[in-house]
Design a protein around this ligand. Sequence first.
Ligand SMILES: C[S@@+](CC[C@H](N)C(=O)[O-])C[C@H]1O[C@@H](n2cnc3c(N)ncnc32)[C@H](O)[C@@H]1O
Length: 284
Amino acid sequence: MDAEELLAQAKKTLKSSNERFGFKGEEEDQAWELLFHALGGEEPEYEDEIPAGVKRRFDRFIARRATGEPIAYIVGEVEFRDLQLGIKPGMFIPRYTSEFLAHQAIRRLHGRKRPVHVDLATGIGPVALSSAQAVPAAQVWGLDISQKALNQATANAASLGLRNVRFKRSDLFSALSPGLRGKADVVTIHPPYVPRKEVADLPDEIKKFEPGHTLSDGSHDGLGLVRRVVAEGRDWIRPGGWLLIEIVPSEFRTIRPLLRDAGYRDIRSTHGQLRHTRVITGRV
Ligand SMILES: C[S@@+](CC[C@H](N)C(=O)[O-])C[C@H]1O[C@@H](n2cnc3c(N)ncnc32)[C@H](O)[C@@H]1O
């Protein structure tokens, strides 16, 4: 069977599952991407015969995708700011929107002498790895409660050849060396911020596959971790340093007074080209 026939067949299989999962019309791109990965990262040529082994791998990929499984888990990788990051099922999949958080951190780290960046709730490390790569002089810490995600983040750092970033299991700042108190130039967090009762309303592709603790902290308004970060952050951020929180725009009204009451200044809500996430910034 040639690539064109194989893709046409896969498109048909994916069409009905995509309709069910609300990804109508995306089957052509999905089938192409899965064939690209089944071929080991080679662009398919439509008239090429597909070897039996590749076809078997591709069929397995399509069967998994037809259950709604995210493509990142199936192919084992995801792109973030031009970095190829390894990922496995059971880990939060970095979103394109978080590139803006990384950008905001990098902008503030540049020009500081040996700056310290602490990325809380780092997951597989997209934000921490981005700043470690963009600012080689930075000392970067990525912290998370999930050891599984941290193992992947460490593997990602190794495959990118980054030696200025370390990952550690930690409930927010709790396991960070006390020697770093008052030393962080930038603290970032993309927290699990979905209110407890709204998790059930998330699309199946998210709620059936990504672990609950990566989506919600279990609080009624989804801001349990944010409240803690705002309070605890003051001890870890150096004077003039920044706290950057990625969240939905509507939360600014709630978070601004929290930051103000905790003594942060220069409090703003800023967004990139994609308007549906914001980075809330506050300075110590
Ligand atoms: C929305 S994900 C963000 C992951 C990563 N920053 C990204 O953008 O891909 C939230 C992360 O918070 C972590 N997490 C949840 N509770 C935590 C806690 N108390 N302390 C540290 N990390 C936590 C989860 O394991 C998950 O990796």
